[in-house]
Design a protein around this ligand. Structure first.
Ligand code: FE2
Length: 354
């Protein structure tokens, strides 16, 4: 049972090797002709809310969306195992960021960057962690002055204010491209966080391109639901796409059936054209994600294309800890006092070692 629930721990070793829980060694995974190599750092399939991804080419190393978080679900506090996964994800992201020159922030939701305030209950964040993460880095981030909702504008403002001196530089990335040797980082114009017109605001997709290889990271596009977003992804002709799936757990509550159908139809069209699609994030908050993806899997199989979760890309079974929260609390109850100590930050040393 321990194996089943334990989430991967990734440590960078000499060269490109990476150690994952259970002493398995992993390299970043080559995509296309191998000019771009990618390593998922934290995702729902690793037990936390995140799409943090390490990417390297011969020219640069970057971490996309270097945050992770836990969220409210089933009116239950996250289980101890979720906190172990969260602490691990923070360690893994910090370790990956140490190797990278560039960090990117697609939008200012807390599962996509680490804020500067102290919070051990949902975010595993503190001023010290933020400094450790951003110090000396070039940060390419969402503009806070246009195509942004009020809450993200406030967060983005604090992010820039508190980190601009620690970071090497923070640049607005919306619609811009940045060239490093033969590698181009192309940020999309702002696209919808799910449905067009949603109050959740906008985010930037990132295309990483070398002369013969292309990867796109599309964070919270939720499928995508929006046809225009799909068109933009396909226009890049990527060898691989890392895409946030739709939140089917919010069906009939915060998202309507027609949006979920649109997302699925667009994913069918995505895997029809893209050789490797990694789908994760909101969709992997539900154990039924494979049923929902059934027609998408069928299309991928027909085209001999691959459709995987982030964990499966590195050969690990998805660990859907949030989706299993009820079951975890039933099987392994967590004492009330444990949460009091957690809140005060008394468990941070202990959990980060697990
Ligand atoms: Fe997100």
């Amino acid at each position: 049972m321990l194996n089943f629930y334990s989430s991967p721990e990734i440590n960078f070793r000499k060269g490109n090797e990476i150690k994952i829980a259970g002493d398995q060694i992993r390299d970043p995974v080559p995509i296309g002709n191998g000019d771009i190599r990618v390593l998922p750092l934290a995702f729902e399939s690793f037990g936390v809310r995140s799409m943090a991804t390490f990417v390297e080419t011969d020219d640069i190393k970057i971490v996309i969306d270097p945050g992770s978080a836990l969220g409210p679900r089933f009116h239950l506090s996250p289980h101890e195992r979720e906190y172990i996964a969260l602490a691990r994800s923070r360690r893994t992201i910090l370790e990956a960021a140490r190797r990278a020159e560039i960090l990117t922030v697609s939008h200012y939701h807390f599962d996509h960057y680490v804020p500067n305030f102290e919070d051990w209950v949902w975010l595993w964040s503190s001023p010290e962690i933020a400094e450790d993460l951003y110090r000396g880095k070039t940060i390419l981030a969402k503009d806070i002055n246009s195509n942004i909702n009020a809450s993200q504008r406030k967060r983005g403002y604090m992010f820039q204010k508190l980190n601009s001196r620690t970071a090497r530089e923070i640049k607005i990335a919306d619609g811009r491209s940045f060239t490093f040797g033969q590698t181009i980082l192309q940020f999309s114009k702002p696209v919808a966080h799910g449905s067009p017109g949603t109050e959740l605001g906008y985010l930037l997709m990132l295309t990483i391109r070398t002369p013969r290889c292309c990867l796109i990271h599309a964070s919270d596009v939720q499928g995508p639901i929006d046809d225009e977003t799909l068109r933009m992804i396909l226009m890049e002709k990527p060898d691989a796409a890392i895409v946030g799936g739709p939140p089917i757990y919010l069906a009939g509550y915060k998202i309507d059936e027609s949006s979920l159908t649109a997302a699925r139809n667009n994913m069918v069209r995505l895997v029809e054209r893209v050789p490797l699609t990694v789908v994760d994030h909101h969709l992997l908050r539900s154990l039924e994600y494979r049923d929902y993806l059934e027609p998408v899997f069928r299309e991928a199989e027909k085209r001999k294309h691959r459709l995987l979760t982030a964990s499966e890309l590195v050969g690990l079974e998805p660990q859907l800890l949030e989706a299993r929260r009820k079951e975890l609390h039933e099987r392994e109850p967590v004492a009330k006092d444990w949460y009091n100590r957690l809140k005060k930050g008394e468990l941070k040393e202990e959990l980060i070692k697990k």
